[in-house]
Design a protein around this ligand. Structure first.
Ligand code: SAM
Length: 221
């Protein structure tokens, strides 16, 4: 397989797709997505008062779900570059001062004041959309932003043999997603995280194991 390039990525969602992102996700998954994302966020086992950094935060749907677990004492800081996504995040979370958004590229060094500030870093359907060098930069950002023992949670495709996956999975990966998705699936995400000092992994699987929530502790074994 030819090495995919960042220009092939669809991770920077813009225009119509960005404006109707949540509705489109619900539709293309035939109504499966809302219950799935609620379940996956419950599986983070967030605690009241926790501080979460959400990389590539999207529309604010995830921040609102996380708020149900962390309450008003906790905090979600979303990082996002998409204009339409930022507007939706700000609109959806307007009533909640503890759900905030900043415009930052997650694949470039993050502000020094983030270092060690967060209990959790969450990244949902974003890491796959980068070339490996940028994925490593994002993981390094997560490690720096977490307190020792804090958790990095990656919700994304699992690692599996795409050639042997069911036809509808192959169609989604090879026809709907960009080539970086298959590149991501072929690599070992756990090992990727371990190289940045994450350990004590916990894995929860969805959609017959094709999607996974992988959680690793900063400085874990
Ligand atoms: C597939 S969407 C996922 C959104 C959200 N995490 C979710 O699960 O609904 C990818 C998101 O990452 C954002 N994004 C892409 N590249 C980014 C970058 N370099 N820095 C920050 N955000 C980025 C996009 O604007 C988009 O909102």
């Amino acid at each position: 397989m030819q090495e995919p390039r960042q220009e092939d990525s669809k991770v920077e969602v813009t225009g119509f797709e960005a404006q109707y992102y949540d509705t489109l996700m619900n539709l293309i998954t035939l109504g499966w997505y809302p219950a799935f994302i609620r379940r996956a966020i419950a599986d983070l086992e967030l605690r009241e008062g926790e501080r979460i950094l959400d990389l590539g935060a999207g529309t604010g749907r995830n921040a609102l779900l996380m708020r149900e677990h962390i309450g008003s004492a906790g905090e979600v800081l979303g990082l996002e570059i998409g204009e339409e996504m930022q507007a939706q995040f700000r609109r959806k979370t307007a009533g909640y001062p503890n759900l905030r958004l900043e415009e930052h590229r997650i694949d470039e060094p993050l502000p020094q004041e983030y270092a060690g500030r967060f209990d959790r870093v969450f990244i949902s359907f974003v890491l796959q959309g980068f070339v490996q060098e940028k994925r490593n930069a994002i993981i390094a950002n997560a490690a720096r932003a977490l307190r020792p023992g804090g958790t990095f949670a990656v919700l994304d495709y699992n690692n599996f043999d795409v050639d042997r996956a069911p036809a509808w999975v192959r169609f989604a990966i090879r026809r709907v997603e960009c080539p970086l998705a298959e590149d991501f699936i072929r690599r070992d995400t756990r090992e990727m995280l371990a190289r940045h000092g994450f350990g004590d992994f916990r894995q929860t699987e969805y959609l017959k194991g094709h999607i996974r929530l992988l959680q690793g502790k900063n400085g874990g074994e």
